[in-house]
Design a protein around this ligand. Structure first.
Ligand code: PHE
Length: 342
């Protein structure tokens, strides 16, 4: 930059003030502030430009020339400062490549979801579809249409959670059978996974909320042998080729005949252990042939169609498969527990 001598007093003062300000700058922000004070839109330089017209015509050209010179001088000086501090802060922020990286945690599937997916896979492979129904049910779907008379013990306030609205929390997934049959004509092949609710005090084997998967198959000529075949095939899918299934006579108002079915204990392979309480068998749930009374509720002709239905407790299966001895562990959301299944 060509050197010129400043003739105007106020410009000399401006230059002096600037150099004083500049000498006090210790960081990037202060340099920015000084730049703003002198070069900003309403800064000292631009206010001096406005004063040109107050000068006598003979002075104006020189004043303008000196002011332009000062402006570029200040610009250059302050830019040097800004660059200087930017470099310093770059040095300060320099990445330390010896630091260990940030740990990146992957989520993991909940054991109940792992089992639910295995159950679905097993039934998809047998041509079943997934159906769902509401958790808040009516008396009709949860009991009445399932042939449970008004005085049936499971309707008791002791077992069922009734809502003020008049509804109830479904006590099993069987109401989905009714909802599906109301909408579909046979052939029907569905499973219905979902949460169910019972007025149970939590302990190692009871939880007021748990998962069931309902199964329903209706067509012409469906027999108990089909039910046994499907359940056995499912047990093998889940626990391997050596899995065995047994059916014991039982009673449910919505199936006739009814059974309870067990899987051979996968831990002791039937020899007897603490998980199967030395019986060699693990109880899974109930099953049976759909009661003709239920078909009447949904308008299926029991003379033409037959079907089987089954339930299963998902936690039970997960407990056996993963050797978990307390159902409450599934609902405590303790990451130390959940992470073991990823
Ligand atoms: N809904 C029955 C229960 O919760 C299980 C079941 C389902 C039984 C289907 C028979 C047929 O215990």
């Amino acid at each position: 930059m060509e050197k010129i001598s400043i003739t105007f007093v106020e410009l000399k003062e401006l230059v002096n003030n600037f150099f004083q300000d500049k000498s006090g700058i210790t960081n990037f922000n202060e340099a920015e502030k000084v730049r703003f004070k002198y070069l900003g839109r309403k800064g000292l330089i631009s206010s001096l430009f406005k004063k040109i017209k107050e000068k006598s015509p003979s002075e104006r050209a020189l004043f303008g020339k000196e002011l332009n010179f000062i402006k570029s001088l200040i610009k250059q000086e302050i830019e040097e400062k800004l660059v200087e501090f930017e470099k310093i802060s770059e040095k300060e922020e320099k990445i330390d490549i010896t630091l260990p990286g940030r740990k990146f945690f992957l989520g993991s599937k909940h054991p109940i979801n792992i089992i639910l997916e295995e159950i679905k896979d097993a039934f998809y492979s047998m041509g079943f579809e997934v159906a769902t129904g509401p958790e808040i049910e009516t008396d009709y779907y949860n009991f009445e249409a399932l042939n449970m008379p008004e005085n049936h013990p499971s309707r008791d306030l002791q077992d069922t959670l009734y809502l003020d609205s008049g509804g109830l929390l479904r006590t099993h997934t069987s109401p989905v059978q009714i909802r599906v049959m109301e909408k579909m004509k046979p052939p029907v092949r569905i499973i219905a996974p979902g949460r169910v609710f019972r007025k149970d005090t939590p302990d190692a084997t009871h939880s007021p909320v748990f998962y069931q998967v309902e199964g329903l198959c209706v067509d012409r000529d469906v027999s108990m042998a089909d039910l046994k075949g499907v359940i056995l095939s499912f047990a093998r899918h889940l626990f391997g080729r050596s899995a065995k299934v047994r059916f014991r006579p039982s009673f449910f108002p919505f199936t006739e005949p009814s059974a309870e079915y067990d899987f051979s204990c996968i831990l002791c392979r039937g020899k007897g252990c603490s998980v199967c309480k030395n019986t060699g068998w693990i109880e899974i749930s109930g099953a049976g042939m759909v009661d003709p009374e239920v078909f009447k509720f949904v308008g299926y002709d029991p003379e033409v169609f037959t079907g089987f239905a089954f339930g299963m407790g998902v936690e039970r299966i997960a407990m056996v498969k993963f050797e978990i001895d307390d159902i409450r562990l599934f609902y405590e959301n303790d990451l130390r527990f959940i992470k073991q299944f990823s």
